[in-house]
Design a protein around this ligand. Structure first.
Ligand SMILES: COc1ccc2c(ccc[n+]2C(=O)c2ccc(S(N)(=O)=O)cc2)c1
Ligand SMILES: [Zn+2]
Length: 262
C-alpha cells in the first residue's frame, strides 16, 4: 500500500506501525562518522559502465521522480568497490528537503547536504528479478551522491530531466539516450556499509556506496524539485508539492562503515 508519506501523520516516525522493519538492525540512512570509518585498502575502485540507450522513461513515482532503465539484460552495470560481481542499473531518483539547508538522507559528521541522488542497481548474477533481489541481504547496491548548491550559470543535465517531466504533465515521459555517469563527481572515493531501502518496505537488502565528493546543482534546480508535484497533482482543489522526501538518520546498531580512502 502506498499511504505512507513524509507528513506527521504518515511519515518516518510512524512507518514502523505498518513496516516493522523500520526498527531493524541495518536501517538506512545513517550519519557517516568519518573518524570511525575503517580504511580498507583491499577495496577495489568503483567501476560504472552505463549504456545511454538503456534509459527508458522519467516518471513521477509519487514520492520522488524516477528515471528508469531497461534492466532486462546487462547493458548498464556497476562493479568493484564492496560488490561481488556486477549489479544491473535499474533506476535513479533524488531526495530533498523544504529548503537548501538540508534534505539529503545520509549525513557526514552530522553535516546536512541539501539533496541526495540514489542510483539503484540489483544483483542480476544471483537473482532473477529486482523484486527477488530486494528480499536478499546482497541483492541491491545503491550509489549515493550528495548534492551541494552552487549557483551555476550553465544548464546542468538535471534541469533537462526536469524540463522533460514538467512539460509532460509530470506523469511520465519517454526519455532517450541519457548516461547517468554524467551525474557522478570526478573523485570516486567512497564509504560503504550494509543498509536498507530508505522508503517502505525498508527492506534490508542494500549495499550502500556513498561517494565522498558531492556534485553541484543550482538553488533554482532544487526549487524545481519542490515545485515538481504541484504541476502534477490531478486534484486541483488541493494542489500540493513534494517539499521533502528524506528519512532521518537511523541507529548504526554496531555496523562498521568502511572507507576506500585514508
Ligand atoms: C516490494 O519491494 C519493493 C522494493 C523496492 C521498491 C518498492 C517500492 C518503491 C520503490 N522501490 C525501490 O525500488 C526503491 C526504494 C528505495 C530506494 S532507496 N531510497 O535508494 O533506498 C531504492 C529503490 C518495493
Ligand atoms: Zn533513495
Amino acid at each position: 500500500m502506498d499511504n505512507w508519506g513524509y507528513a506527521d501523520h504518515n511519515g518516518p516516525k510512524v512507518w514502523h506501525e505498518l513496516f516493522p522493519l523500520a526498527n531493524g538492525e541495518r536501517q538506512s540512512p545513517i550519519d557517516i562518522v568519518t573518524k570511525a570509518a575503517i580504511y580498507d585498502p583491499s577495496l577495489p575502485p568503483i567501476n560504472v559502465d552505463y549504456d545511454p540507450s538503456s534509459v527508458k522513461l522519467i516518471m513521477n513515482s509519487g514520492h520522488t521522480f524516477t528515471v528508469e532503465f531497461d534492466d532486462g539484460e546487462d547493458k548498464s552495470v556497476i562493479r568493484g568497490g564492496p560488490l561481488h560481481g556486477s549489479y544491473r542499473l535499474q533506476q535513479f531518483h533524488f531526495h530533498w528537503g523544504p529548503c537548501d539547508d538540508y534534505g539529503a538522507e545520509h549525513k557526514v559528521d552530522g553535516r546536512d547536504y541539501p539533496a541526495e541522488l540514489h542510483i539503484v542497481h540489483w544483483n542480476a548474477e544471483k537473482f532473477s528479478s529486482f523484486v527477488e533481489a530486494a528480499q536478499n541481504p546482497d541483492g541491491l547496491a545503491v550509489l549515493g551522491i550528495f548534492l551541494k548548491v552552487r549557483n551555476l550559470i550553465r544548464i546542468h543535465l538535471l534541469s533537462i530531466c526536469l524540463i522533460f517531466l514538467l512539460y509532460q504533465d509530470g506523469k511520465q515521459s519517454s526519455f532517450t539516450n541519457f548516461d547517468p555517469s554524467c551525474l557522478l563527481p570526478d573523485c570516486k572515493e567512497f564509504w560503504t556499509y550494509p543498509g536498507s531501502l530508505t522508503i517502505p518496505p525498508l527492506l534490508e537488502s542494500v549495499i550502500w556506496i556513498l561517494l565522498k565528493e558531492p556534485i553541484a546543482v543550482s538553488s533554482r534546480q532544487l526549487s524545481q524539485f519542490r515545485s515538481l508535484f504541484s504541476t502534477t497533482e490531478t486534484d486541483e482543489s488541493k494542489p500540493c508539492c513534494m517539499e521533502k522526501n528524506h528519512r532521518p538518520v537511523q541507529p548504526l546498531k554496531g555496523r562498521k562503515v568502511r572507507a576506500s580512502f585514508l
